[in-house]
Design a protein around this ligand. Structure first.
Ligand SMILES: C[S@@+](CC[C@H](N)C(=O)[O-])C[C@H]1O[C@@H](n2cnc3c(N)ncnc32)[C@H](O)[C@@H]1O
Length: 283
């Protein structure tokens, strides 16, 4: 992929009139159906029960994976602005270009309103002070950051996982990536991670990485999404045992062992691991 600058992005107007950002390099729109603010609210803020969970803690740590044009991050800032807790949000991306682009088109995008200065400070200094808490930006290759010997940030209570699709961005959906991600969670700190995909391959990958996995709420774009957690009590609708049979027969269920997209049936070894996952154990 060539250098990413603000010219690699364009504004698109969705059917409902909302504007979203499109990456020309991947030929993908960031929040393609209901738009940035509505999707961030449905998929992350509501699904994570963010206000209730954050409101009960002194400090609430969020990892925002794929800062992009910051629609998800800003939705979290808005949702928690009046809470007494301190928010520590750490955003990850290999590039700052989409947020630079969004800041130039803040009027059309709308969701940045009131947060332009905060986002500008984040890009210029790598951090921005919040009324209560801090927003930080770690620029770099996320899979590589996770492989390092030191944690990329304090263990999160919530992760917003928003990479491009596995076909366009396979390095962000490998088995190794989710195992590394799971490794940095604190088992004593319940953490949930919604993402827009409902694919069998993703769900198998998350289970093998050590997560519990549930059916995520609809977003308008999809009738289902996926939510993973290190604590089963954070899942409203865990995948039932019957789902295993669907995975067994799916033509696209085997995790990506390499950062190269392909589709494959479950291997015998993966099937054995899935069957023995604590989520499906019969007492
Ligand atoms: C769908 S966009 C994220 C949209 C964003 N969450 C928002 O609310 O506007 C996916 C983002 O993932 C980032 N990304 C893709 N591969 C990456 C990698 N290997 N390391 C870090 N970031 C990556 C892209 O640069 C892009 O900004």
């Amino acid at each position: 992929m060539g250098p990413l600058n603000a010219d690699n992005y364009q504004l698109v107007r969705l059917k409902n009139g909302a504007y979203s950002v499109r990456s020309l390099a991947e030929d993908e729109t960031f929040h393609p159906v209901i738009g940035p603010a509505a999707e961030a609210e449905a998929l992350y803020v509501k699904q994570l029960d963010l206000r209730r969970r954050a409101g009960r803690l002194g400090e609430f740590v969020v990892w925002d994976v794929g800062l992009g044009a910051a629609a998800n991050a800003i939705a979290v800032l808005r949702a928690t602005a009046d809470l007494p807790c301190s928010l520590r949000m750490v955003s990850f991306d290999r590039t700052r270009a989409p947020l630079e682009f969004a800041l130039r088109h803040s009027a059309e995008l709308g969701y940045l309103a009131g947060y332009d200065k905060t986002a500008r400070e984040l890009l210029d200094t790598g951090r921005a002070a919040l009324a209560r808490g801090q927003w930080e930006f770690r620029q770099g290759d996320f899979p590589q950051l996770l492989r390092a010997a030191i944690p990329p940030a304090p263990p999160p209570h919530a992760i917003l996982f928003d990479a491009f699709s596995p076909a366009k961005n396979p390095a962000m959906w490998t088995a190794a990536l989710f195992s590394d991600l799971h490794r940095w969670l604190d088992p004593r700190r319940p953490c949930a991670m919604p993402t827009y995909s409902r694919s069998t391959m993703l769900r198998v990958t998350l289970l093998l990485a050590g997560f519990f996995v549930g059916i995520g709420r609809a977003t308008g774009e999809k009738e289902q999404t996926t939510i993973a957690a290190n604590a089963p009590e954070l899942l409203a609708e865990p995948l039932p045992r019957e789902w295993l049979q669907r995975a067994r027969h799916s033509r696209s269920a085997e995790p990506l062992w390499e950062p190269v997209y392909r589709q494959a049936h479950l291997s015998a070894e993966t099937w054995e691991k899935l069957r023995c996952h604590p989520q499906f154990r019969e007492d």
